[in-house]
Design a binder for this molecule. Structure first.
Ligand code: TYD
Length: 218
């Protein structure tokens, strides 16, 4: 099973992805937790280029293609082999981030993006997407608070508030179009509440994950 976590900066999706990975490992599953951009040696180099605050000015199409380069490497080197072995992959951000940030945020043509994303990933799309819903203003406020404790503000966090509003609207539209795999959670609730809600959803959507754990852990 391939599960992705999506949401605005500051939605807490990284923490939730880690907690769900732990819970599924506790059931005996081989869980690979990874993130975008990054997750491979090449991807981590591309991540630096994309997120460094002092990087050279970046054209939106160039930005999108760099995200795709990191993603193509991650899918082929890490995600597909793990899925082929019967494991679960949890990815912190994936193609929906490109639609939301580069498509809706920067205004790149969504049909072009889909074709190039299909090329980069071999049309691998998630079985389930956990979307943590938080308004741009609240998300950026949390991000700013976290930065006081050492969390880095990256180049994309620094985009204007209107950009983040367009990204948020993008996520809303993706959710409306992708009802089969999209599961939305209110990210302003406590960490425990959100975690419980995600686990409950998983039990309903993928009961087999919870039934087979005794045999998997042998
Ligand atoms: P990161 O520090 O990983 O932030 P977060 O914890 O919010 O995931 O930075 C990733 C940034 O890159 C984030 O601002 C979203 C952006 N992004 C895109 O614009 N397009 C993409 O395809 C991906 C994967 C990320």
């Amino acid at each position: 099973m391939f599960i992705t976590f999506e949401g605005m900066d500051g939605s807490g999706k990284t923490t939730q992805a880690q907690l769900i990975a732990l819970a599924l490992r506790g059931l005996g599953w081989e869980v690979l937790l990874t993130r975008e951009p990054g997750g491979t040696p090449l991807g981590d180099q591309v991540r630096d280029l994309l997120l460094q605050k002092n990087s050279a000015p970046m054209n939106p199409a160039a930005e999108f293609l760099l995200f795709c380069a990191s993603r193509a490497q991650l899918v082929n080197e890490v995600i597909r082999p793990h899925l082929a072995q019967g494991g679960i992959v949890i990815c912190d951000r994936y193609t929906d981030s490109s639609f939301a940030y580069q498509g809706f945020g920067h205004g790149l043509d969504l049909d072009y993006l889909r074709h190039i994303l299909d090329f980069a990933t071999g049309a691998l799309y998630p079985d389930l997407t956990v979307y943590l819903d938080i308004s741009p203003k609240e998300g950026l406020k949390r991000r700013a608070a976290a930065s006081l404790f050492g969390e880095e503000i990256n180049r994309i966090d620094e985009m204007a508030l209107e950009f983040h509003h367009r990204v948020y609207e993008g996520y809303r539209q993706i959710g409306l179009a992708e009802t089969d795999r999209w599961a939305q959670f209110d990210a302003t609730r406590s960490q425990e509440e959100v975690q419980r809600a995600i686990l409950t959803l998983l039990q309903t959507r993928a009961p087999a994950l919870f039934r087979t754990h005794k045999t998997r852990s042998k």
